[in-house]
Design a protein around this ligand. Structure first.
Ligand SMILES: Nc1ncnc2c1ncn2[C@@H]1O[C@H](COP(=O)(O)OP(=O)(O)OP(=O)(O)O)[C@@H](O)[C@H]1O
Ligand SMILES: [Mg+2]
Length: 252
């Protein structure tokens, strides 16, 4: 589904992503771990088109997307969430979902302009879809609540709901477990597993090793910009190179 070949992203003299290559297979859940500052979020931002690669290639479903604009990548079905959820605080949970652009937005614009009845029908369909997705993530009761009133964990669920509004094929999740209490974390993990069973592929950055071990196979490890290891969660977990990376040693 996604092929990354010799990807480099530099900030000035700093190589935040340093010659990274890997393949994501369709319908897998891949974990991405590594110490703080390893380059994980930078890799996500580069895959999602927020940063232009310094060099290297990215292809998604056989199409080159390296250097493509974020909304074009989004339209292909590759969608990311942010490490810190950023919903519109002064809008309701439902409105936040309805704001997510349709992946076919560009094609629809003129149609909408010409057919007001269709606009209303589409708005109804969007509202219904938002309600369905909010029910799926467990936020139905909060649909009318202002997003700013949600707890940290509920904001994670809203972020997931918003991503699902886009009808994604590949979701990049940046720390879905951060700041989430253990019981809500179990809920989030169940939802991710269910979505994966329905055919969505995931790449997940996470520091919580329980989440990684339960959900992800394979797991890839980054340290100091490099991809140092890839394998099944239990092997990765017990590999001395990973421990060394977390303790601040040089990547192997
Ligand atoms: N926009 C930027 N400009 C300059 N340097 C940046 C930028 N974004 C990230 N960096 C640097 O790139 C390196 C990798 O950062 P990144 O945020 O990708 O790490 P991370 O693996 O996501 O860490 P964490 O687990 O703490 O979220 C860091 O040294 C960081 O300071
Ligand atoms: Mg990060």
């Amino acid at each position: 589904m996604l092929e990354v070949n010799r990807l480099v992203k530099e900030f000035g003299g700093l190589r935040a992503v340093d010659d990274v290559s890997f393949i994501l297979h369709t319908n897998t859940i891949t974990g991405l771990i590594g110490p703080n500052g390893a380059g994980k979020t930078t890799l996500f931002n580069t895959l999602a088109g927020l940063y232009r690669p310094t060099s290297g290639d990215i292809s998604f479903l056989g199409k080159p997307i390296g250097g493509a604009r974020p909304h074009d990548i989004f339209r292909e079905g590759l969608v990311r969430t942010f490490q810190i959820p950023r919903p519109f605080a002064a809008m309701t949970v439902l409105e936040n979902c309805m704001l997510v652009p349709s992946r076919q937005a560009g094609e629809r614009f003129w149609n909408n302009w010409l057919h007001r009845a269709r606009v209303r029908a589409e708005e109804r369909a969007c509202r219904d879809r938002a309600h369905d997705i909010l029910a799926f993530v467990g936020l139905a009761a909060l649909a009318g609540e202002y997003a700013r009133n949600l707890s940290g964990g509920q904001q994670k669920l809203l972020e997931l709901a918003r991503v699902l509004m886009a009808d994604p094929k590949l979701i990049l999740l940046d720390e879905p477990g951060a700041g989430v209490n253990p019981s809500l974390l179990v809920t989030i993990m169940d939802k991710l597993q269910e979505l994966n069973a329905r055919g969505i592929t995931f790449l997940i950055i996470e520091h919580n090793m329980d989440l990684i071990t339960t959900l992800c196979d394979p797991v890839v490890v980054m340290a100091q910009g490099k991809l140092i290891l890839e394998g099944p969660p239990n092997l990765v977990r017990s590999d001395p190179r990973v421990l060394e990376a977390y303790l601040g040693g040089m990547p192997a």
